[in-house]
Design a binder for this molecule. Structure first.
Ligand SMILES: Nc1ncnc2c1ncn2[C@@H]1O[C@H](COP(=O)(O)OP(=O)(O)OP(=O)(O)O)[C@@H](O)[C@H]1O
Length: 223
């Protein structure tokens, strides 16, 4: 199995006024290709901080973050941005779709940013929309869709660039329970089909039932 992302002895603190908040206190974590990892823990335990580090949005104060064998400390800002664009897909609780773009344009956007030729983009977007069951909504705008359909668009957008890693922050928190089940099944199925590693922060028990592995955080440490 190929390791996609590794955290070694990671510490991260935030300065909050006069206080230093120790969000992570020595975290070791490795996620393999095709694995779905659920990150659980109470509010404030450090889940989002781990997602931000794995998503190369933030950097550790101490310790190493290694993506596909490269320590990110060796990356320039530009290399970090490129790595994020090419290797990592993001799924958010509130979908974060672009409201003035159609469903197809939202899904196409990461490929456009990565400079993929238009003819190839069209084929890949059509295939990805079909895979998430939204081909009939390609020309609709997100506000014409249900919450579950919007999250399917977000899944298609995250997977369209064939990322090694998908980061998801509470992806079912805005969905009713039937829709949440469908979205989770879709993430699981598409993730396995595409061979992407998923790191998902969630309190949702349905997710933890479908995960390959569950890690529990408490006060910035893995239990
Ligand atoms: N930008 C920031 N500035 C100051 N403190 C922060 C910042 N981001 C996070 N923290 C603090 O770091 C700790 C860990 O926060 P984090 O958001 O990672 O937890 P979480 O487990 O994701 O919580 P939740 O489930 O509520 O989203 C908390 O005490 C939080 O207040």
């Amino acid at each position: 199995m190929k390791t996609v992302i590794e955290l070694h002895g990671v510490h991260k603190s935030y300065q909050l006024g006069q206080h230093l908040v120790r969000a992570l206190r020595g975290v070791d974590l490795q996620v393999q290709a095709g694995e779905l990892l659920a990150l659980t823990g109470p509010s404030g335990s450090g889940k989002s901080t781990i997602l931000n580090l794995c998503g190369l949005i933030d950097q550790a104060d101490q310790g190493q973050v290694v993506i596909q064998g490269s320590d990110i400390a060796s990356f320039s800002e530009r290399e970090l941005t490129l790595q994020r664009r090419q290797t990592i897909g993001f799924i958010f609780q509130s979908f974060n779709l672009v409201p003035v773009m159609t469903v197809a344009e939202n899904v196409d956007y990461p490929l456009f940013l990565n400079g993929v030729p238009e003819a190839e983009r069209k084929v890949r977007v059509a295939a990805q929309l079909k895979a998430v069951g939204l081909e009939e909504h390609a020309q609709h705008r997100p506000d014409a869709l249900s919450g579950g359909q919007r999250q399917r668009v977000a899944i298609a957008r995250a997977l369209i660039k064939r990322p090694a890693l998908v980061i998801a922050d509470e992806p079912t928190a805005s969905l009713d329970s039937v829709t949440a089940d469908q979205v989770l099944d879709l993430m699981r199925e598409r993730g396995q089909a595409e061979g992407a590693a998923f790191v998902i922060a969630s309190h949702d028990e349905r997710l933890t039932r479908r995960a390959d592995r569950i890690v529990h955080l408490l006060d910035g440490r893995l239990q």
